[in-house]
Design a protein around this ligand. Structure first.
Ligand code: FES
Length: 78
């Protein structure tokens, strides 16, 4: 099966074994969702940082209501 960073449960940060579902949970309960928050909570981006652009894309798509469909951002307009 191909690696799909948008598939729920997929490990995005390999260095610290953090999934996109963990990121989503953190963003849902945060006042100010950000990729930096994932760094503070899970150390994402503190080693190779290859996960950062993927988390940035997921966060942007989540804010736009494009990812994932079952847990839309409360602020997403569409
Ligand atoms: S994959 Fe996240 S810090 Fe390396």
């Amino acid at each position: 099966m191909d690696w799909d960073f948008r598939r729920p449960g997929t490990t995005i940060c390999v260095c610290y074994q953090v999934t996109n579902s963990q990121a989503l949970e953190a963003w849902l309960s945060a006042d100010e969702p950000s990729v930096a928050l994932l760094g503070r909570l899970f150390h994402c981006g503190n080693h190779c940082a290859l996960c950062v652009p993927y988390f940035e894309t997921l966060l942007a798509q989540w804010r736009q209501g494009q990812w994932p469909t079952e847990n839309p951002c409360p602020d997403a307009s569409g």
